[in-house]
Design a protein around this ligand. Structure first.
Ligand code: SF4
Length: 458
């Protein structure tokens, strides 16, 4: 079982991979996987949201994502600028074009239902889709899909059957834990990035893998640049002002000055992360890394590697290959879903990915890479998910900046040692899993506890 680069890094839209990208893909999948004769009979579709999706779905844009998915749109190619107009047209006409083809009646307030009472047993992020043909008392098709984080969608058969939860792809160097990956690298006498490159080449070929890595890097950096240049207020009602452009301008002014304190380099990293997460909060184009809520950490550290450490294209590819493997381990052996294990699974996993990626790009040994990821994850353990107003803004935007800074510190500390240490990355990931299982649901993306209960002045 293997979770590849393209599984982990998915180009999509903000603000949430589990609450926006996942539901959009789920709504489309529900319709696409209906037999043609059944799809032809559908005159109405409804969806019932459970658990975290019901509690924070509105703030996360789940309702918008579902309408886009029913319309046949895909998160990686939908025109983000046209979305408000598309949603307005559906609301005003009270109709939706199924998969972009045939218009049926659709009333968002009636056809998207938020079940605040029930949580389905397999996962907190559940959606039950129903299709009707004239007789609204009896659905002609019904299916429950789960959004399990990072834009991944599973049905009841696929959900958690076996472990790890990856696809059925065979690769030359399979691994389910870091200890196996390290052992395979030692046996092959290769850097970790080379093993991972061989795996990815086996899945889709060398040229397509390089193209994908370039595309992800470009999307990361485009998002940073757009966020650094865009002023205004974020949507949702919290009146959060975009800060990345002001921080960026201050840094540009200071750039030529003498005697700049070394820690100012970290302000650049923070600005990069904040820029991405402000774009995410505004519904812009982002990459799951491993999720949308945590989308700023990996790009910020990758940009730091380029701008401050002269990491070139080959180094960027090493960075992303290793970061992807660490994200896959977090997903396989714990979770990358805030609704399942809290924010440790999102920003914590992202920091571990970024720390390992940076270490690889800087030429660290395999053991130092593992150590960097472990330090970064260890110091996010127990972190709850408690977004104010169900919006991916407070604490999410700053939290990505903090995750990126911690990732860089973790890499630096690991590279000052020889890789030997007491707690392994596998143990830290397992601790994240157990801690997430112990965490009360009010701290798992339901906006019912923690900071979500703080008073915010609007
Ligand atoms: S608090 Fe963390 S896990 Fe929760 S929505 Fe924000 S970034 Fe995602």
């Amino acid at each position: 079982m293997y979770i590849s680069l393209t599984d982990l890094f998915k180009i999509g839209i903000g603000p949430s991979s589990s609450h926006t990208v996942g539901p959009m893909r789920a709504a489309r999948r529900f319709l696409i996987e209906l037999p043609d004769d059944l799809l032809a009979k559908v005159t109405r579709v409804r969806v019932e949201l459970f658990g975290s999706l019901a509690h924070t779905g509105h703030g996360h844009g789940t309702d918008i994502a579902l309408q886009l998915g029913f319309s046949g749109e895909l998160p990686d190619v939908v025109d983000t600028v046209a979305i408000p107009q598309m949603i307005l047209a559906i609301g005003q006409s009270e109709s939706i074009k199924l998969l972009g083809e045939r218009a049926i009646r659709f009333q968002p307030m009636l056809d998207i239902r938020y079940n605040l009472k029930d949580v389905l047993p397999l996962h907190s992020n559940a959606m039950t889709f129903r299709a009707y043909s004239d007789d609204m008392s009896k659905a002609i098709a019904e299916r429950t899909l789960y959004s399990i984080g990072g834009g991944f969608i599973v049905d009841e058969d696929e959900a958690f059957v076996g472990s790890p939860r990856g696809g059925e792809v065979s690769v030359p160097y399979p691994f389910a834990h870091m200890v196996e990956l390290l052992a395979r690298a030692t046996d092959a006498k290769l850097p970790m990035s080379e093993l991972l490159r061989a795996n990815e080449h086996h899945v889709r070929g060398a040229a397509a893998t390089s193209d994908f890595l370039d595309r992800i890097t470009k999307t990361f950096f485009d998002c940073i640049d757009k966020g650094l240049a865009t002023r205004g207020q974020l949507p949702g009602g919290l009146n959060v002002k975009r800060r990345a452009p002001d921080i960026h301008n201050q840094l540009l002014v200071e750039r030529g000055q003498r005697g700049i304190a070394p820690h100012k380099a970290l302000d650049w990293v923070s600005a990069y992360a904040i820029a991405v997460n402000e774009e995410n909060a505004a519904g812009g184009r982002v990459v799951t890394a491993p999720t949308n809520g945590a989308a700023g950490v990996v790009p910020a550290v990758l940009r730091y590697a380029q701008d401050f450490c002269n990491v070139d294209r080959a180094g960027q590819h090493d960075f992303l290959l290793v970061a992807s493997a660490v994200g896959a381990l977090c997903k396989m052996n714990a979770s990358i879903s805030g609704a399942e294990v809290g924010c440790q699974g999102e920003v914590g996993s992202a920091a571990a990915m970024a720390a390992a990626g940076l270490a690889a790009a800087l030429g660290a040994s395999n053991e130092q890479i593992e150590n960097a990821a472990e330090i970064a994850l260890e110091h996010h353990l127990g972190m709850t998910c408690d977004p104010i107003g169900g919006l991916v803004q407070i604490p999410c935007i700053e939290r990505n900046a903090m995750g990126a800074v911690k990732a860089i510190s973790a890499t630096s500390l690991a590279m000052r040692g020889d890789g030997t240490h007491r707690v392994s990355l596998d143990q830290a990931i397992d601790t994240m899993r157990r801690t997430g299982a112990d965490m009360q649901s009010k701290y798992k993306e339901t906006s019912q506890g923690g900071l979500a209960l703080a008073q915010v002045e609007c």
